[in-house]
Design a protein around this ligand. Structure first.
Ligand SMILES: Cc1cc2nc3c(=O)[nH]c(=O)nc-3n(C[C@H](O)[C@H](O)[C@H](O)COP(=O)(O)OP(=O)(O)OC[C@H]3O[C@@H](n4cnc5c(N)ncnc54)[C@H](O)[C@@H]3O)c2cc1C
Length: 454
């Protein structure tokens, strides 16, 4: 089948308005915003609803055309770009973009399209309709997706906590739906759990039920300085224990804060900057400021500097120092973006070792670290090596795995880490992954390049 025949076939079953082929329009679907991953596709399908998804999938399965489901396009692990080189179909892949909206809601959970930006559903009150902004720049650490099993700073991991139900279309066009939103449901396999984090390899998710988190009226943010990460982690442990209203615990370092400040003029409240910065946010139906400041007073010398903000503008400024790391690092070149979790007791050692490791690379490389330290999660950003040179990626991920960590905390495996999955998953587990994948998608058309190497 030629590309023209592929496009015509999709137009025949879906209508021309649902099939995008203009190269300028398609460009944003096949380009990673970091600039590191690029793909090609003859067509992008923009379905109106699940019936369109079913029609498109059936047609692609019958004609053995690979399909790459795509949502907000923020995964950053080369997981949703068609690449001819490993396509299951010699004529090319198509993209199914699932960015439509939904408006139904109930009191404890809200159905949302699979590409909803989480800032609109975390912290949403039951009466709030999700505002959908699928192509927006991710807001403060609050973007998440049921496909990559991601969490956010205030709600924990999707898979564990937030996805109450899911509707998905299988490659034969049939629809599975578990959207009752029950708190307890032990009736066999957990389909939302299985589909969440499957990176578009099992089915196309068309609706999810998300648990709501109350939108607390009172918030307070503290920025704390510490001498080293070990001390900052001890402070984090104390805060988790002492401040029941704690919602977020983020960590970053003086080099990153300086870069953010120099790049965007964000005010840093400390001079000189302490080596490690910890950002804590507490929220509640009652003002948590007293609870947080009492806990801070008990921390003694562990905290060398502190700034507390209760008003929205002050909180936003403190958060900007953490949130704008990604943008500031992007200004330094195409970064190798890695995303690891370590056992809590090994995070500080990892930080020292990864800096030494990256420092030993040629050409001279810089390493910016930040992340959800409350979860043992660090984002490792390396600037310097050629974007296509994977040696530094491998070395960093091998280090994390050798210390008992995960090579993917939030972003998934994609193509970027596909060949390194064995660092975390045994041959038996990988064989099971293949069987599950085959059971859902016997024709092997769904995102064939990601997750498991052939
Ligand atoms: C600046 C920034 C900050 C971030 N902060 C956090 C954070 O604080 N916490 C956190 O947990 N994560 C964070 N992330 C990661 C983020 O959660 C993921 O990038 C996001 O979940 C991916 O969702 P997406 O809709 O963009 O998926 P895409 O990038 O479009 O796709 C991701 C994968 O899901 C598949 N897929 C997409 N749509 C569907 C569908 N409908 N059905 C089946 N499969 C599908 C794709 O094929 C692909 O494999 C951050 C990312 C960025 C860029």
């Amino acid at each position: 089948m030629t590309n023209d025949e592929l496009v015509q076939g999709l137009v025949d079953v879906l209508g021309a308005e649902r099939v995008l082929t203009d190269p300028d329009v398609i460009a944003s679907y096949v380009t990673d915003w970091t600039g590191r991953y690029r793909g090609t596709t003859p067509a992008v399908v923009r379905p109106r609803d699940r019936d369109d998804v079913a029609t498109a999938l059936r047609w692609c399965r019958d004609h053995r055309v690979a399909v790459v489901p795509q949502g907000g396009n923020t995964g950053l692990v080369g997981d949703r770009f068609p690449s001819r080189a490993r396509s299951c179909c010699p004529c090319g892949d198509s993209i199914t973009s699932t960015t439509w909206t939904s408006s139904r809601r109930s009191s404890t959970w809200v159905p949302a399209p699979p590409s909803a930006v989480f800032g609109s559903t975390c912290g949403a009150s039951a009466s709030t309709s999700p505002s959908i902004s699928p192509r927006a720049t991710p807001p403060r650490s609050a973007v998440s997706s049921p496909r990559t099993r991601a969490g956010c700073t205030c709600c924990g991991m999707d898979r564990c906590a937030q996805v109450a139900g899911v509707e998905a279309v299988l490659t034969d066009g049939s629809i599975v739906r578990t959207m009752r939103g029950l708190v307890k449901d032990n009736t066999g396999y957990d389909l939302p759990g299985l589909l969440t984090g499957s990176e578009g390899t099992l089915a196309v998710v068309t609706e999810v039920a998300l648990r709501l988190i109350p939108d607390h009226p009172y918030r307070v943010v503290a920025l704390l300085g510490c001498a080293d990460l070990e001390t900052a982690l001890a402070v984090a442990r104390r805060l988790r224990h002492d401040v029941s209203a704690l919602e977020a615990l983020e960590g970053f370092f003086a080099d990153g804060a300086t870069l953010v400040s120099d790049s965007f003029g964000v005010v840093v409240p400390f001079d000189p900057l302490p080596p490690v910065l910890l950002l804590a946010e507490a929220a509640g139906a009652r003002d948590p400021t007293d609870q947080l400041t009492a806990a801070l007073n008990d921390l003694g010398d562990a905290v060398t500097d502190s700034a507390v903000a209760v008003d929205p503008a002050g909180r936003k400024t403190l958060w900007a120092l953490r949130d704008r790391h990604t943008e500031a690092i992007a200004g330094q070149g195409i970064a190798h973006k890695l995303d690891v979790t370590l056992p809590p007791g090994r995070l500080a050692l990892f930080e020292r070792e990864v800096r030494a490791l990256v420092g030993s690379f040629e050409p001279p490389s810089r390493c910016f670290l930040f992340g959800h330290v409350g979860d043992g999660n660090l984002h490792v950003n390396v600037v310097g090596p050629d974007p296509d040179d994977r040696r530094v990626d491998r070395a960093v991920l091998e280090l994390a795995a050798s210390m008992g960590g995960s090579i993917s905390a939030e972003h998934g495996i994609g193509t970027a880490k596909r060949d390194l999955l064995a660092l975390n998953r045994s041959p038996e587990e990988r064989a099971l992954f293949r069987s599950i994948r085959h059971a859902f998608d016997p024709a092997g058309i769904l995102n064939p390049n990601v997750l498991i190497a052939d």
